[in-house]
Design a protein around this ligand. Sequence first.
Ligand code: NDP
Length: 455
Amino acid sequence: MLNRRVSFAVLNPATEETIAELDQAGVEETDAAVARAKEAFPAWRAVAPADRARLLRRLATLVEEHGEELAGIESRNVGKPIGGARAEVAMVAAVFHFYAGAVEKQYGETIPVGGGIDMTFREPLGVVGLIVPWNFPLNIASWKLGPALACANTVVLKPAELTPLSALRLEELILEAGIPEGVVNVLAGPGRVVGQRLVEHPDVAKIGFTGSTEVGRSVMAGAAATIKRVTLELGGKSANVVFADADLEKAAAAAPYAVFDNAGQDCCARSRILVQKSVHDEFLDYLVEATRRVKVGDPQLEETEMGPLISAAHRETVASFVDGEPLFRGDVPEGRGFWYPCTIIEASNDDRIAREEVFGPVAAVIPFDDEAEAIRIANDTPYGLSGSIWTRDGARALRVTRALETGVLSINSNSSVRPTTPFGGFKQSGFGRELGMHGLAGYSEVKNVYYATED
Ligand code: NDP
């Protein structure tokens, strides 16, 4: 039988031009990649921790040295503004530096018992499958690769078919860093084929997944057959809660970037803006003014703050959320590209726009009366990924953060992710934590050993 190669086109969403044609991996290639990772595992886990740390450090340095190239790839393939893409690549390097430092800090314990000594070890899982979405391709890959490699696992990494280019380049840098062949294997192919095969494969011990809640559910169900470990980082519908006593101008100036960054294609997007009724109109005036200033256009220009959506199909989905005349709709460039304007809608928390993840530059503004109602509305969602609280009252800030059912919160800020701090969701936003020392727990098993010392 002829082995027919299937190729697929990778587009620049800002121009709709084809920027690469790639061979598409299928089940056969997935099985071969898992076999390579399995073969590479014993030697990789035997590498001395200090040497593994050095290899990760070298990878971090190579990412820094190739920062401009990687940012350019990411900007063209995802339509990201080049400034944002540079910041993301800097974070990738910081993540590898952090996990290089973590390799030698995974201590075990000794536990007091009678008749002997009890101790714990952290053991690698073996081959792990990492499935990554198209919104932050290189960044999210690094959040999984860093701890997976630090814990001495070997990896099959599947980027989204829409955005495989940065992961493929990273694979070359991984080899250049001296990490042995077979330790990291990148596959460009469709999720329902390559991703699903990784989920089913008996030699894959764990799936680290970021993507939609719907596919997350199927990953979790599929993993049950082989009792695979899973980490799921899924959708969000996060609240940005603005109390009347907040610095309104500051909160309003920051709010657009908490929704429209990455054209709203961000699981942490604070896309429900909850505003206390007594300052609702004043805040909206500031918000509209701040949103008007968001610079939408060519991602290659330094001043651009928002680019296009990832695809024509995704633009249709986003558009389906907006009916009627919104409170505000911004401008977009004319001509080719999957553009969608910054949009602000006044809503109730029962409206579809407030219930489902839009994953586009559309914000819903929802009024509330008092603290109790703010907490009720913020928690009235199946998701629980991130959120913000804006207030000058420190006690209220802490009360509200403790009451919110969400994994990542910021007070008087919209920041969500740092290489050093844990990131992940409550409820249907998933489980397991990435980044920081917490990220290591998902890529190792605790082994308990009892050593009898008495005759
Ligand atoms: P998906 O969940 O479909 O894709 C995420 C990753 O999973 C991709 O690599 C994809 O591969 C892969 N995948 C798809 N199907 C399967 C499967 N059956 N088994 C294993 N892996 C699979 O998200 P979409 O890209 O379609 O985005 C849809 C929506 O999901 C967005 O509009 C947004 O609401 C949400 N989303 C949330 C993200 C987050 O960061 N939490 C990230 C991305 C999306 P491939 O794309 O190659 O088919």
